[in-house]
Design a protein around this ligand. Structure first.
Ligand code: SAH
Length: 217
């Protein structure tokens, strides 16, 4: 089943509540009953068309995955993949990330992935960057203590900003790589943007960090 016209996105989303939650009213979502098991739950925020999280879910059946994306027109592409080939350990949520700490109970998420997040290059928009301290504080609430935030981007100014935000938060930086594809890092899963931008010769940066245990969020 293929839906080419994006104007059908809302209808398709409405028809497939078993795979996607359209969280128009910022309603509470009970993570504990979302999947019918107690496996760890990992989150990608701003998943776009979903290639990364879909691949992870295919490869790791004993981990549950949630892909969060705010635009119908984009998340519908991920939904199409799921309709074609459903995975019991993958759920999609159409919502703005800003309110995730209201939508979910705290300290239940095993890992958060951010991939090729919007750079918001203007200083006055820095607060909108998904690695701004406002968002880090939300991730701290969502994550189980000691669990990791993973971030990849080809955008060097955004990456440098993110490294600073992480170090100032305070968090512990576990891993930093300024050229992931030319390194010994194993098991990288490519996102759509990563394929596109690495083909242009852009270097891919990656960091992994945890929140300091004594900083109660
Ligand atoms: N992760 C994908 C897409 C990157 S583009 C990839 O690497 O290929 C960034 C995506 O994040 C866009 O689809 C955008 O709509 C989404 N996004 C940005 N801010 C968001 C927010 N606050 N909440 C939810 N999604 C967001």
């Amino acid at each position: 089943m293929r839906l080419r016209k994006v104007h059908g996105a809302k209808d398709l989303i409405a028809k497939h509540r078993e795979y996607i939650i359209d969280n128009l009213d910022n309603e509470f979502i009970d993570l504990k009953s979302l999947f019918k098991n107690d496996n760890p739950i990992q989150l990608e925020i701003g998943m776009g068309k979903g290639q990364f999280i879909y691949t992870l879910a295919e490869n790791n059946k004993d981990i549950n995955y949630i892909g969060v994306e705010r635009f119908d027109s984009v998340i519908v592409r991920a939904l199409e993949k799921v309709i074609d080939n459903p995975l019991p350990n993958l759920m999609l949520i159409r919502t703005d990330a800003t309110d995730l700490s209201v939508i979910f109970d705290h300290h239940l998420i095993d890992r958060i992935y951010l991939n090729f997040s919007d750079p918001w290059p203007k200083d006055r928009h820095a607060k909108r960057r998904l690695t701004n301290k406002r968002f880090l504080s939300m991730y701290e609430k969502l994550l189980i203590k000691g669990k990791e935030l993973h971030f990849k981007t080809d955008n060097k100014p955004l990456f440098d900003y993110s490294v600073d935000e992480v170090l100032n938060y305070p968090m512990d930086m576990k891993y930093v790589n300024y050229d992931l594809h030319n390194s010994d890092y194993e098991g990288n899963i490519m996102t759509e943007f990563e394929e596109r931008f690495s083909k242009l010769g852009n270097k891919i940066n990656k960091l992994t960090a945890t929140f300091k245990e004594d900083n109660n969020g």
